[in-house]
Write a protein that binds this ligand. Structure first.
Ligand code: ZN
Length: 253
């Protein structure tokens, strides 16, 4: 058996498949990653500062630039690609993602099983009163001339409901993702460099729980040597192929 068949047969027998996805799954949808060769932060180190909580809260000029950048973000019009769509058929017990683009839900994955570790760009949150609203509202206000729109309820600093550097993850989302990793039969890491914690920490947790580990990423990851199978192919090809292999191996019902 080749690696695809082997991984497909594990997935077919698995009672609890957990998938972790990173920026690499969305690059084929036209959303640039951060740390890759063409990454946002690789090409413009200043952009990384914009993703730091302390700087964002302290610097109105930086916030104005963030809102302007947001208006032109390719992520608003991005469509799910074949990798996102294939995962709908795999139907994992948990689809944990480091992405904030909402493309798994757009593709049709069950929102109740998608765990957005780093939040979502489709909502805003007020840093003072934690009021959450659709991002579209704030974008409309920016287009109408508010260059740093404050919270409509309390006047506090408004930010995208995503996790910036220096900001803790939502403990409930992290707890549920960790629990899923602990109980996984097969853990599949897709398009993530596995360099950012606590997301990457789900891999050793799943391994300790006895999961088979499948990694697909263009570049090497720190966990390749403990993986059972590693793929380097573009995700838009390998994920549909993996799910097709899973379907073939599944006992007919
Ligand atoms: Zn507020």
């Amino acid at each position: 058996m080749d690696d695809l068949e082997t991984a497909g047969s594990w997935l077919a027998r698995s009672r609890a498949t957990v998938v972790l996805t990173g920026a690499g799954i969305s690059t084929e949808s036209g959303i640039p990653d951060f740390r890759g060769p063409q990454g946002v932060w690789t090409k413009d180190p200043g952009a990384e500062r914009m993703a730091t909580l302390q700087a964002y809260l302290a610097d109105p000029e930086l916030r104005r630039r963030s809102w302007l950048n947001r208006l032109s973000s390719p992520a608003w019009t991005a469509e799910p690609n074949p990798a996102h769509r294939a995962l709908v058929d795999l139907d994992p017990v948990a689809l944990v993602t480091q992405n904030v683009d909402g493309l798994h839900q757009r593709a049709g994955s069950d929102p109740a099983r998608v765990f957005e570790l780093h939040g979502t760009m489709h909502r805003t949150i007020c840093w003072e009163c934690h009021d959450r609203r659709p991002m579209a509202e704030a974008v409309t206000r920016v287009r109408a001339g508010a260059d740093d729109p404050p919270c409509l309820r309390c006047g506090g600093v408004l930010k995208s409901d995503t996790i910036l550097f220096g900001q803790d993850l939502d403990p409930e989302v992290l707890r549920r993702a960790t629990e899923a990793a602990q109980g996984a039969d097969v853990f599949v890491a897709l398009g993530t460099s596995l360099a950012v914690y606590p997301a990457a920490g789900l891999v050793p947790i799943a391994k300790r729980g006895g999961a088979r580990l499948v990694i697909a990423n263009a570049q090497p990851t720190p966990y390749d040597d403990v993986a059972d199978v590693v793929f380097r192919d573009p995700l838009g090809q390998i994920v549909p192929a993996l799910v097709a292999s899973y379907r073939e191996c599944r006992p007919s019902r």
